[in-house]
Design a protein around this ligand. Structure first.
Ligand code: MF3
Ligand code: CO
Length: 258
């Protein structure tokens, strides 16, 4: 069931999104060689709790941490670890969710650790562009197939793979609500988007094959061919005018994207 949000509810999700954006900005500044993924997790949790919010991942279906930290060939759901020391040249996806005043926000970014290869940077850039192309399709009257297709078309025309086993999702009081938001699709097909829908759009893009495996910890997904993978996610609303507002990116204006 899809729940449409009214303007008061959207305002609360905007506040949650602003907090999450601030947490992400602070985490970005900490990504450097020598830092452990556990350090990042502890920092994120303290920032969220200090703001009077709840880290939504912690305890979700037994997940043990505030962040998912997925390094190199890890796609998503990497569990932070004291023994996992970041090294120059790696890429790390940082995924985080918060609940503030009962309302959720969910967002992820991928960053390089120190200097990274041009190929790794290109993958990060392509993934972000996939997000923006998909998000731009999130207007009332369009269909989810238009959203997925925009992502898939850009990724595949650049020789990258679209992870299919995991998707974006509706979001609101719950982290995962209907509908699933696929990162691939056929234009003109699928659910029609309406004002008041709040969704998390989250392309996961690999430099090689799109197929994944899951680690023995039952959480961390990796590319089967061990190619690099990047993830970028925001929570957005289709506003009263039928246009996308990126709730987890306060101050963002569409004019700012190329
Ligand atoms: N952020 C993930 C998503 O977008 C959810 C993390 S799963 C958890 O769906 F178990 F770690 F919470
Ligand atoms: Co999500």
């Amino acid at each position: 069931m899809i729940s449409l949000k009214n303007s008061d509810q959207i305002a609360k999700m905007r506040t949650a999104g602003a907090l999450l954006y601030e947490v992400h900005q602070k985490l970005r500044a900490e990504i450097k060689p020598g830092v452990t993924t556990y350090d990042l997790d502890a920092y994120a949790e303290s920032l969220i709790r200090k703001a009077g919010a709840i880290p939504s991942f912690k305890g979700y279906q037994g997940y043990p941490a505030t962040l998912c930290t997925s390094v190199d060939d890890a796609v998503v759901h990497g569990i932070p670890n004291k023994k996992q020391v970041l090294k120059a040249g790696q890429i790390i996806s940082v995924d985080c969710g918060v609940i503030l005043d009962g309302w959720q926000s969910d967002s992820a970014f991928t960053a390089g650790v120190g200097e990274i290869s041009p190929e790794a940077q290109r993958l990060i850039d392509i993934t972000e562009e996939c997000f923006w192309r998909a998000a731009r399709q999130c207007v009332a009257g369009n269909r989810l197939g238009d959203v997925g297709h925009a992502c898939q078309e850009y990724a595949e025309s650049n020789g990258c793979g679209v992870i299919r086993d995991l998707t974006g999702h509706g979001i609101g009081r719950e982290m995962h609500e209907d509908p699933p938001v696929y990162n691939y699709g056929v234009p003109g097909k699928g659910l029609r988007l309406r004002a008041g829908m709040t969704i998390a759009v989250e392309p996961m893009i690999s430099a090689g094959d799109w197929r994944v495996t899951c680690d023995p910890d039952q959480w961390c997904y990796r590319t089967r061919d061990r190619s690099l993978c990047s993830h970028y996610e925001h929570t957005l609303v289709i506003n009263e005018e039928g246009l996308p507002e990126i709730l987890s990116y306060p101050g963002f204006k569409w004019e700012d994207v190329k």
